[in-house]
Design a binder for this molecule. Sequence first.
Ligand SMILES: [Zn+2]
Length: 236
Amino acid sequence: MCACNGCNSSGLSRRGILAAGVGALALAAEAPGARAQSARSAETPDAAFARLMEGNARYVSGEMNQRDFSAGRAARAQGQAPFAAILGCADSRVAPELAFDQGPGELFIVRVAGNFVTPEGLGSLEFGAAVLGTKVIMVLGHTSCGAVNATVEAVQKGNNLPGHIAGLVTAMKPGIEPVVKAGGTDLEQRSVVANVRANVSRLQTEKPILGDMVAAGKLKVVGAYYDLPTGKVILV
Ligand SMILES: [Zn+2]
């Protein structure tokens, strides 16, 4: 039996277990021999990122691709190959498929008010990257974010929010508190950016799946915010 730290009692390395687990998930996610024809998987993280930004440029200019949503439905039922994942806010005004001009099967989206990483959201993003093949994850904040504004106010006034809304503030506080404590103008927008950056940093280094994929150049994690008045996605 191998005595190295990476092996367990059955002699399988942690990497081996991870690979086996991901393989099983892949089988569950995709019918045998079938790969979704509706979505084109991106070749590289840079290509996936470029495709997102090109889609946003079409959206901003009002030159979105024409889509027949019924076309490709049967093919999509056989599997999925989204090229990008979005960690976005639940805000009703920020709809990723529209903002990036993408159709069904192209984006793998996790949404929660305040666009921060939760354990379940992280598991979803890991599944997207390791099993479905997303090449880029974008953490997407937005201007005038209610969850960010509530957190700024909670830090300033020390107030508590009702019910489970308090949990949002608790989760976002570490990323936003330094900005509020430092003071200055435009606190809310600077907090939007700080919140995005904190969650990008986390995803870039999260072990064992995403951090390893980023280090190997198989995945890119980027941060941006959606400007409500213009629809433009601005990198941070
Ligand atoms: Zn929001």
